[in-house]
Ligand binder design. Structure first.
Ligand code: SAM
Ligand code: FES
Length: 347
C-alpha cells in the first residue's frame, strides 16, 4: 500500500487497477502516510500560504436538470434570483477591501447572461480591479463564447467534469448532457489559454472505485491547473434526495492522492467538505489542499443558491466568512494571503 503511494509520488500516475486497489484498501494508517507526503509536496510549492477566492453566486437560474443539483430547472421550489452588474461589482468592492484578489463568478447555465452581458461584466471587473483574477464557472459554452470571455479578461475557468465514466455520467445527467462535450469544453478552455479546473463529487450516487480511478486518469491526461472535489450531499428536492452523502474520509484521501499526482495544482478545501464536518476545510488543508473559497454573495440571496441541503455560511456577511476562514487556517498553522494565487508550474 505505502509502496503504491510512493510510486504515485515518483511517477505521478498509477494504473487504473492500482488506483482502485488504493481506494478499496484505504486504512487510517495509510491516510496519515499519504497526508504527510501531500503536505510536504504542497509546502514545496506554496509553503503555508492559503489562497482565498471570493465566490459570487450571481444567478441560480439554470437550463440544465442535473439529477444531483438543488438549482436544477425542475426544482420549482427554488426561489430564483439574478444579480445585476452593479450588484456583482459591489460584491467585488467588498471583496477587494477584505483582501480578495480573485473573484469567482459562478452560476447556473442562465441564458439571460448573453455573451455581451458577460463580456461587459468581466471587462468592468478587470478595469476596476486590474490586479485581480476573474474565474468563471458558468458551465458548457461554445469555444467562441469562451474566447470572448477570455478576450474580455477572464483568467480561469472551473468546469468540473463530474465523472469521466460514460455510464456513470448518464446516471447523473439527462441525455442532453454528455461527458464527451464536457471534456471537449475543458480542452477548448485550455487551448484558449485559461487556467482550467475540472473535478467531481465524491460519493455521488452510482460512483464505483473504478469511476474514481478513471477520474484520476482523466485528470492526469488533462493536467488542469485547478481541481475541485467535494462530497456529494443530497438536496431534498432532487431525484437523489434519499441518497447517501459522500464521506469525509474518502474525500480527504482523494485530496491527498491528487496532490501527489498533480504536485502544484490549486486544490480547494470546499464548502461541501465544511458542510459534512465542522472541521472539514481544516482537514482538507491538512490532506494537501491549498485554497478556500469564502462566499462574497449578498446575504439576501445566499440561502437561494442551495446546491445541497444544510449548506454552511448562508447567513453570514462576507467579512464574517473571510475572518472566520483566517482564524480557522491560523488554528492549523497556515495563513491566508492577499494574492491572486496563480498556478505555479510543477518542477
Ligand atoms: N453551472 C456550472 C457548471 O455546471 O459547472 C457551475 C455551477 S454547478 C452548481 C457547480 C458544481 O456544484 C457542480 O459542478 C457540482 O459538482 C456541484 N454540485 C451540484 N450539486 C451538488 C450536490 N448535491 N452536492 C455536492 N456538490 C454539488
Ligand atoms: Fe445547472 Fe446545477 S443543474 S447549476
Amino acid at each position: 500500500m505505502k509502496q503504491l503511494v510512493d510510486k504515485l509520488e515518483r511517477r505521478r500516475t498509477l494504473s487504473k487497477e492500482e488506483f482502485v486497489y488504493l481506494i478499496e484498501n484505504r486504512t487510517a494508517e495509510l491516510d496519515e502516510y499519504l497526508f504527510e507526503k501531500a503536505r510536504a509536496v504542497r509546502h514545496r510549492y506554496y509553503g503555508h500560504d492559503i489562497y482565498i477566492r471570493g465566490l459570487i453566486e450571481f444567478t441560480n437560474y439554470c437550463k440544465n436538470d442535473c439529477y444531483y443539483c438543488g438549482i436544477r430547472k425542475s426544482n420549482i421550489s427554488a426561489v430564483r434570483y439574478r444579480l445585476t452588474k452593479e450588484q456583482i461589482l459591489s460584491c467585488c468592492k467588498n471583496g477587494y477591501d477584505l483582501g480578495f484578489r480573485t473573484f469567482v463568478l459562478q452560476g447556473g447555465e442562465d441564458g439571460y447572461y448573453t455573451d455581451d452581458k458577460m463580456v461587459d461584466i468581466i471587462a468592468s471587473i478587470k478595469s476596476q480591479y486590474p490586479d485581480c483574477a476573474v474565474t468563471l464557472s458558468i458551465g458548457e459554452k461554445s469555444k467562441e463564447s469562451y474566447q470572448a470571455y477570455f478576450n474580455a479578461g477572464a483568467d480561469r475557468y472551473l468546469l468540473r467534469h463530474e465523472t469521466a465514466n460514460h455510464s456513470h455520467y448518464a446516471k447523473l445527467h439527462p441525455a442532453s448532457l454528455s461527458i464527451d462535450n464536457r471534456k471537449q469544453c475543458l480542452y477548448n478552455l485550455k487551448e484558449i489559454g485559461y487556467e482550467v479546473g475540472c473535478g467531481f463529487m465524491v460519493g455521488s450516487p452510482f460512483q464505483k472505485p473504478e469511476c474514481i480511478a478513471e477520474d484520476m486518469q482523466f485528470m492526469n491526461e488533462l493536467q488542469p491547473q485547478m481541481v475541485g472535489i467535494g462530497p456529494f450531499i443530497p438536496h431534498h428536492e432532487t431525484p437523489f434526495a434519499d441518497e447517501k452523502c459522500g464521506t469525509i474520509e474518502l474525500t480527504l484521501f482523494l485530496l491527498g492522492l491528487i496532490r501527489l499526482m498533480l504536485p502544484s495544482v490549486l486544490l480547494p478545501a470546499t464548502t461541501a467538505l465544511g458542510t459534512i464536518h465542522p472541521m472539514g476545510r481544516e482537514k482538507g488543508i491538512l490532506a494537501g489542499a491549498n485554497v478556500v473559497m469564502p462566499n462574497l454573495s449578498p446575504v439576501e440571496v445566499r440561502k437561494n443558491y442551495l446546491l445541497y441541503d444544510n449548506k454552511i455560511c448562508t447567513g453570514d456577511e462576507a467579512a464574517e466568512c473571510r475572518f472566520c476562514m483566517q482564524r480557522r487556517m491560523e488554528s492549523i498553522g497556515y495563513h491566508v494571503v492577499v494574492d491572486r494565487g496563480d498556478f505555479k508550474s510543477a518542477k
